[in-house]
Design a protein around this ligand. Structure first.
Ligand code: ATP
Ligand code: MG
Length: 150
């Protein structure tokens, strides 16, 4: 049997993802269901998919395949992960995912996209103020936003 670098043994990793992954086997039904949801989301509708299953059954691999295909279409895919460890900060997956976006996006574009919500968003995403500088204060203790975010 020929030696195939990257297979067997320990796989080379980049940002926690294997550089070389074995071909995805099966999962056609699951892939097509997730892809349909993804395509519907392209029309501006919000879609949330929950993938559940036993440890090691292939949840991450499946979702990564969908992300890979979306990226090939030029879609921006952001990643965030939660953990079951005690003390996980609230909103961690969103902070991770949006943090990547904030770091990679020009301040002017961030300003346009966040609009009047900038200071509200900065309360859970402090990186926003670092990138955009001083933000107008429209967020006060006791406001509906404060109640929702705290
Ligand atoms: N359909 C598949 N085809 C080929 N390899 C697969 C497939 N599904 C999973 N694998 C491989 O099996 C291993 C475990 O899969 P994965 O990490 O996706 O499981 P998981 O359900 O996310 O596990 P956990 O519950 O621990 O997070 C990985 O090495 C992955 O590449
Ligand atoms: Mg997993």
């Amino acid at each position: 049997m020929k030696h195939q670098p990257g297979f067997g043994g320990k796989q080379a990793m980049t940002q926690g993802q294997p550089l070389l992954e074995p071909v995805l086997v099966g999962r056609r039904r699951e892939l097509s269901s997730l892809w349909n949801q993804f395509e519907e989301s392209l029309t501006g509708q919000l879609r949330v998919a929950l993938v559940a299953g036993e440890p090691g059954i292939g949840k991450t691999r499946l979702v990564r395949e969908v992300a890979r295909r979306a990226e090939q279409m030029g879609v921006l895919v952001l990643y965030g992960g939660a953990s079951e460890a005690e003390g996980m900060p609230p909103y961690l997956p969103f902070l991770e995912a949006l943090g990547q976006y904030i770091r990679a996006t020009a301040p002017d574009a961030l300003r346009t996209q966040t609009g009047a919500m900038a200071s509200v968003l900065a309360t859970i995403l402090p990186e926003l103020s670092l990138r955009m500088g001083e933000l107008p204060i429209n967020y006060r203790r006791g406001s509906p936003w404060y109640e929702q975010l705290s």
